[in-house]
Design a protein around this ligand. Structure first.
Ligand SMILES: [Zn+2]
Length: 220
């Protein structure tokens, strides 16, 4: 990295949603920003919601896989076949909307960054399938604090050189504050990029760095 400017990567999880995703797309388009949307398989199985994902892709954003059901963290699944049911089935529904690096983000159940994220079967599935597993370093908890998340996210930007923020394109009302957040970011010397920093990528196109990345991030 030649620039010393702070960076911010925007990610939106758990969609697509009939209203919230369009609202995010409008805010991003107005500011010519690109982001990544980590979608759920159960949503992509709905034709009307997949159509929204097609618009996300057409507007230059990246689509990643965020499990099918989003119910039990994959590190807690002991039933064989979870990898195929949660990751494989979702990837099939994403189909040609996929990013070439097959972006995947595990369900973190509020942000836990440890071996609860992926069981051995899922790790092996991602590695052998050539996936890229993307984590985060900022969870401003927009789903439970639909106004207060903005200040929390701005605090993370103060602390970090390169922030990967997790927001949710869901009908919570949190997205009503996205414009306000992006306006403050625009006033600061922060570059919004679509890429991810290495310390948030635990598997890169099938090459696993999971243990070393998680070891460096203990306590974060
Ligand atoms: Zn999620």
């Amino acid at each position: 990295m030649t620039s010393t400017k702070k960076r911010l990567t925007l990610t939106f999880d758990n969609g697509p949603d009939a209203q919230a995703t369009s609202q995010v797309l409008e805010e991003l388009a107005r500011r010519r920003l690109k982001a990544t949307f980590f979608v759920l398989g159960k949503n992509m199985a709905e034709p009307s919601l997949r159509a929204i994902a097609e618009r996300v892709h057409a507007e230059g954003h990246w689509i990643g896989n965020h499990t099918f059901t989003h119910e039990v963290p994959l590190g807690d699944r002991t039933d064989p076949g979870a990898a195929q049911a949660e990751i494989g089935a979702t990837q099939k529904l994403i189909g040609d909307l996929t990013h070439p690096d097959k972006l995947f983000r595990p369900f973190g159940n509020g942000g836990h960054l440890d071996n609860r994220l992926l069981n051995a079967e899922c790790q092996e599935y991602l590695v052998s399938g050539g996936y890229t597993c993307v984590l985060w370093n900022s969870i401003p908890r927009d789903w439970e604090d639909v106004d207060g998340w903005v200040d929390r996210a701005l605090g993370h930007l103060d602390e970090l050189k390169w922030t990967v923020v997790v927001l949710h394109d869901l009908a919570t009302g949190a997205i009503d504050n996205l414009g306000r957040f992006l306006d403050v970011v625009a006033e600061r010397d922060i570059e919004i990029v679509q890429e991810f920093p290495d310390d948030c990528v635990v598997i890169k196109a099938g090459q696993s760095n999971l243990d070393s990345v998680l070891a460096k991030r203990v306590g974060r």
